[in-house]
Design a protein around this ligand. Sequence first.
Ligand code: ATP
Ligand code: MG
Length: 313
Amino acid sequence: MIAGMKKLFSRKRTAKSQSGDKREQEQPKLEKRAASEEPSYITEPEPLSAEALTSDEVSAMEESATAIAIEEKPQKTKAKPRKELLPPYDGPVLEVRNVHRSFQTGSRIIHVLKGIDMEVKPQQLVMLKGRSGSGKTTLLNMLGGLDQPSSGEILFSGQPLQDWGDQRRTALRRREIGFIFQAYALMPLLSAWENVELSLRMADVPRSEWKDRVGHCLDLVGLSKRVKHRPFEMSGGEQQRVAIAKAIAHRPRLLLADEPTAELDSKMGAQVMAVFRNIIEVEQVTICMTTHDPTILEVADHVYEMADGRFLT
Ligand SMILES: Nc1ncnc2c1ncn2[C@@H]1O[C@H](COP(=O)(O)OP(=O)(O)OP(=O)(O)O)[C@@H](O)[C@H]1O
Ligand SMILES: [Mg+2]
């Protein structure tokens, strides 16, 4: 099945095909082409948060992106060298040790995660399955640094996230993690191209790299013929593939996906899984996702089954 899926979206291009030097040399030419061929609504990279967004934040950002499109004119910006946040590490991308999470609601304390141990190795596709309410999203949020364990520890590329300050954790989320949601979370008024480009701007990627990178990511998810379509002009599967392109555009190490196929029929769900396998190979990304769908489990390298806040062994 995996081989058949891979065929669907196999691409020869590699993520690391262009050196930084070459990109520098090509910058003036790329800038010119970008301005003449593609919709340009953004002028300079400005640090915005790429963490998971609430629907209110999404609407606010969309308003501001649209306002920028109308008001600003293109300017040239200097490429800033990317600072590494993490020291080199050969071990797992994620190591989770005896993680507990409780929530207080009124006078009640709800113990949701009850001692989770897990490991996600580089370039693995790991799935969390389990009934509604078993704690999958709670765990995924913690893996992405969106929430903190009540006790236990989570190491991201060997680094204990709980010892990091808020700013550093936010920077890690922006830089090293991509999020994908069940409901796509695309900006409805922006085209597929603009949606992916926005994610590069948010991650502070130099503008000179946007055109190549957006084109590459949309190609990778099989949507190079849909770049000008807005979300409502695309199928659910296509929208989810734009969301994947958007999530990987800034070259995160880890992709976290909360039920990414839940709103899709089985054919579109299979296409999304084929895209996941393809980006693991081409982009060397690692994926951890939740699912209810038993038909896609065979695509995983490892499946953790959750029941009532614990993994079944
Ligand atoms: N912030 C919170 N405050 C109180 N309880 C919470 C909070 N977040 C989650 N819970 C509770 O934790 C439990 C697990 O929720 P979670 O969303 O992680 O489940 P899930 O496995 O993702 O379910 P589903 O498959 O329906 O998405 C639920 O009973 C939920 O009500
Ligand atoms: Mg959930």
